[in-house]
Ligand binder design. Structure first.
Ligand code: C2E
Ligand code: CA
Ligand code: CA
Ligand code: CA
Length: 279
């Protein structure tokens, strides 16, 4: 028999406590959860600030665990990224978001663009262009029906490969948005190279804005950058009428947040769009 390597003793310190156990449990169950269909997508409306009309939605994943109940993505996406399971999970998300978008169109809703979060790890581990193209084909959706949200962290990874994949997505006709803009370390020169369509102002700036002058300055700077580059901007985390007033006054066209609507079940989203279209 093979001998156990010496010195491979696992030391359990108190710090390696609950949280780590939880992570391990999650990792073990993720794979099965994908096959078992325990994930669901909620949809949060994206709003034209001036008119209040719904112009699109963001798909946000949830894990409905049979014992633990609903688990938020902050708890399992990082685990999925570290284990590589973000690839099959992300593929399920992309397919399901496209399938749902097709179902809404068939049910008579106006054609809306669905935004899907794609992790930097997916860009490194698979041909996301191929993955996206297959999802669009399977749902018989035009590329204009899809926006891919990436974070600035993608820039810190394999630059050449990522650029090639982003070119490929643009080639398909899919729009690209940078999520959580302003929270990363990327230099602004990347904006030119990435050639995205849209910046999403991170909700941390919006949350502090009414108390913190610096966050107002950062927000204004992002809006100016977007204007100079000819990009769309979405302000995230809009919770109050004061937030709405601020962004309207600053000429920001699009917003997302609890003020208009939380992430919703598909049937609720359908009703939300149908109701707002008839008023
Ligand atoms: P994100 O992409 O920045 O998504 C926005 C988050 O802000 C969502 O949290 C949303 O529910 C929340 N939010 C929206 N409006 C408001 C508001 O007015 N106030 C506050 N306080 N929060 C608001 P959620 O759904 O828990 O998702 C958290 C993060 O998990 C997402 O942040 C995204 O990074 C990640 N995520 C979610 N779904 C996916 C997915 O399908 N794939 C990947 N790779 N990541 C995902
Ligand atoms: Ca997002
Ligand atoms: Ca965001
Ligand atoms: Ca975020």
């Amino acid at each position: 028999a093979k001998q156990e390597p010496v010195g491979r003793v696992r030391v359990y310190t108190p710090r390696m406590g609950e949280q780590q156990q939880e992570r391990k449990a999650i990792r073990g169950e993720l794979r099965r959860a994908i096959d078992d269909g325990q994930f669901r997508l909620l949809y949060q409306p994206k709003i034209d600030i001036a008119s209040g009309a719904c112009v699109g939605m963001e798909a946000l994943v949830r894990w409905d665990h049979p014992q633990r109940g609903r688990i938020s993505p902050d708890q399992f996406i990082p685990v999925a990224e570290r284990s590589g399971l973000i690839v099959p999970l992300g593929e399920w998300v992309m397919n399901e978001a496209c399938r749902q978008n097709r179902a809404w169109r068939d049910a008579g809703l106006p054609p809306l663009k669905v935004a899907v979060n794609v992790s930097a790890v997916q860009f490194l581990c698979q041909d996301v262009v191929d993955m996206v193209e297959r999802a669009l084909d399977a749902a018989a959706l035009p590329p204009q029906a899809l926006e891919v949200e990436i974070t600035e962290s993608i820039i810190m990874t394999d630059g050449a490969k990522v650029m090639r994949l982003l070119d490929g997505l643009r080639g398909l006709g899919v729009s690209l948005a940078i999520d959580d803009f302003g929270t990363g370390y990327s230099s602004l020169s990347y904006l030119k190279r990435l050639r995205v369509n849209c910046l999403k102002i991170d909700q941390s700036f919006v949350r502090e804005m009414l108390r913190n002058e610096d966050d107002v300055r950062i927000t204004r700077a992002i809006l100016n950058i977007a204007r100079d580059f000819g990009l769309e901007v979405v302000a995230e985390g809009i919770e109050t009428a004061d937030h709405v007033d601020f962004f309207r006054a600053e000429g920001c066209h699009l917003g997302q947040g609890y003020f208009w609507g939380r992430p919703m079940e598909p049937t609720d989203f359908h009703r939300f769009v149908a109701d707002s279209a008839s008023t």
